[in-house]
Design a protein. Structure first.
Length: 263
């Protein structure tokens, strides 16, 4: 059992119903600066939980507090000052300047004299600086993903102790760029003491780059544990596989080798 401390996020029997599907109840706390990976099979409710945490989905029952206050009581502007969301997909219906898309992260700032500088710095950190003079039409999926990563960087650029929710943030990138941007995301959150909660399918990244794993199965918490090799048996049970594990002082290698699901 993990030690619980009331922190940035507090859920107490939070539940959401979408049509005929039930998710939850979820009961856990997230401490300031914590790095949490949400893992589970397809359809387990990972993105649904992230949307619940962001306020996109309202709780059907139970409690969801952000910094000691019910999430539902925040107005959008106030919430945007402390919570940013990077979704899994990015609608690209309209032809918009890349600078404008990144600048959307700065909406609601009362005094934003450095907005141009922040946009450029956020784009550089997301490796999207070469796209600043372009529009969104014609961008590849990976390029658009970098633009939206820059948007959430810009949103929380001059904040501390915020919350960043990301859904498969590296899925659109090649391995080299994914590694680089994973390091940039970690650096960005650590320097500002932001809490990071990420939906992932990459188990190795979850174990290497995060403090804690929340595993979901069929809309409920299957396990909540530290991100260490001690979590491997639970991960094997969750995904129905056996993992081959090799660890040195510098490298962790994890590969699924055998399915244990009923054939």
């Amino acid at each position: 059992m993990r030690h619980r401390t009331v922190g940035h996020l507090h859920l107490d029997k939070a539940h959401v119903r979408l049509g005929s599907l039930d998710f939850g109840p979820f009961t856990f706390d997230v401490a300031p600066g914590e790095r949490i990976a949400i893992l589970g099979p397809s359809g387990a409710g990972k993105s649904t939980l992230l949307k619940l945490l962001s306020g996109e989905y309202a709780t059907t029952s139970g409690l969801l507090n952000v910094m000691g206050r019910r999430l539902s009581t925040f107005d959008p502007v106030s919430l945007s000052h402390l919570l940013a969301v990077l979704p899994q997909t990015y609608p690209n219906t309209f032809d918009m300047p890349v600078k404008l898309v990144i600048g959307l992260g700065r909406l609601g700032k009362q005094s934003d004299a450095n907005v141009e500088q922040i946009i450029r710095q956020a784009a550089l950190l997301a490796r999207a600086d070469h796209l600043l003079e372009r529009t969104t039409v014609g961008l590849s999926g990976g390029e658009l993903a970098r633009v939206h990563l820059a948007r959430v960087f810009a949103q929380l650029w001059d904040a501390c102790d915020g919350i960043l929710l990301v859904d498969e943030p590296l899925a659109a990138f090649d391995p080299g760029l994914a590694l680089e941007l994973s390091e940039h995301l970690a650096m960005f959150t650590r320097l500002r003491q932001h809490t990071l909660i990420a939906v992932l399918h990459d188990v190795q990244l979850a174990l290497q780059g995060f403090d804690r794993l929340i595993m979901l199965e069929r809309g409920q918490v299957f396990a909540d544990c530290s991100a260490s090799l001690d979590a491997v048996p639970a991960l094997e049970c969750l995904f129905g596989v056996r993992f081959l594990v090799h660890q040195t002082e510098e490298v962790l290698f994890l590969r699924a080798t055998t399915s244990t699901r009923d054939r």
